[in-house]
Write a protein that binds this ligand. Structure first.
Ligand SMILES: CSC[C@@H](O)[C@@H](O)C(=O)COP(=O)(O)O
Length: 379
């Protein structure tokens, strides 16, 4: 089986981030040396996907801190601590919806704040922060593999057939995480065990994470798969009773199970319910925000109108080299039309069959058919 793709390369204090705006045409890594580079990569969506956003933010501060320490910029322990605090606040302003970034910033700050009570030098603070950020990178791949295994088990246990077809939305794979992926990790797991009949991925308008990124991952790993436009899913489910489940990721799961994910997820959940197809949310527990009671409290990012009215792609037939692919941006909508471009929507918990985390599959219990996520996580 082919190696999974990599979006984040980090070693010896150096960070390179795959520029996903160039995919699927060109593999180009940008070197990230400052928190400003990390912030821009996230805001411009060169790197995206809830777990990857958190990890790139955390590691951009790790490299920035080390560089500043080597240049002698911290004259005291408290100056290093203050730099960490301000940098985490700044990184949190890059994108608002995915909770993983806020969760990571909170955990990293708590570790540094605790260490600051006994640290005798700025180096101690730098080392403590860097180690904590590196641990997040390592943990994410482990968590994704567990999500993949739990999700595949849930689907197979709830299917009449030993080989299943599934549909996914947006990109939740190696490109959206430190590796392997969440919802796409479930597809990988099913494929690896010979239990996947076919995977379908949506285009995921307007930003096309499905056709540009998920399709790229599926083709790269030779997973049997088909791309459909977002508007084709209901027709596909009606025509193809083999599709057992729709699996999606999450940017934030509220305490009651309401889930913010890529725009278009909600309509998939409605059609899944109508067609009797399992609707599965796959996410690390770091995507669960128990402080947000329900979906109405989740801040939904709105993106620029140009992402809807324009399309950028490689020019068909143009001369391609290993480091450049001629690309063109064209206007596809009528000039002057008003645009609404929310990047995410909220799927109510009552449309979700199960939330799969690295700790297992959370299903609804009792006659009121509600998730008890807090008890599951604390068990
Ligand atoms: C494992 S990634 C989960 C989600 O972050 C994913 O489904 C998604 O909505 C990504 O949105 P994006 O705008 O590309 O960052």
């Amino acid at each position: 089986m082919a190696q999974t793709l990599e979006a984040i390369k980090y070693s010896n204090g150096e960070l390179y981030v795959l520029d996903q705006l160039q995919l699927p045409h060109l593999t180009h890594f940008d070197k990230v040396t400052t928190i400003q580079d990390g912030h821009a990569a996230i805001k411009e969506m060169k790197t995206r996907g809830a777990p990857a956003i958190a990890i790139v933010a955390a590691l951009s501060l790790a490299v920035d801190l080390q560089n500043r320490y080597n240049l002698g910029e911290f004259d005291s322990t408290s100056s290093a601590v203050e730099f960490v605090r301000q940098s985490l606040e700044y990184l949190k302003t890059s994108r608002p919806t995915a909770v993983n970034l806020f969760d990571a910033a909170k955990k990293l700050w708590l570790i540094v704040e605790e260490r600051a009570k006994i640290a005798s030098s700025s180096l101690d603070i730098v080392d403590t922060y860097v180690k904590a950020a590196e641990t997040m990178l390592e943990e994410d791949v482990k968590d994704n593999k567990n999500i993949g295994a739990h999700g595949a088990k849930f689907i197979l246990e709830n299917s009449k057939s030993s080989k299943v077809s599934v549909l996914t939305h947006c990109n939740t794979g190696s490109l959206a995480t430190a590796g392997w992926g969440t919802a796409l990790g479930i597809i990988r797991d099913l494929n690896q065990s010979g239990s996947l009949k076919h995977a379908y991925c949506t285009e995921t308008r307007p930003y096309n994470q499905g056709s540009r990124l998920t399709a790229y991952e599926l083709v790269y790993e030779k997973i049997p798969s088909t791309l459909v436009c977002d508007s084709m899913v209901s027709a596909l489910l009606r025509q193809n009773p083999d599709i057992t489940a729709i699996v999606v990721g999450a940017d934030r799961v509220a305490a009651n199970g309401d889930t913010a994910n890529k725009i278009g997820t909600y309509q998939l959940a409605i059609t899944a319910k109508y067609h009797g197809v399992h609707f599965i949310v796959a996410a690390p527990s770091t995507s669960i925000d128990l402080t947000t009671k329900c979906g109405a409290d989740i801040v939904i990012e709105e993106r620029p109108a140009k992402e809807v009215v324009q399309v950028t792609g490689a020019i068909v037939g143009a001369q391609v080299t290993s480091d450049s692919v001629p690309r063109e941006t064209v206007q596809v909508a009528a000039h002057g039309i008003n645009v609404w471009n929310p990047s995410f929507d909220v799927t109510p918990a009552n449309l979700i069959s199960c939330v799969v985390t690295e700790k297992g599959a959370i299903v609804k219990k009792g006659s009121d058919e509600e998730f008890d996520i807090a008890s599951f996580l604390s068990a």
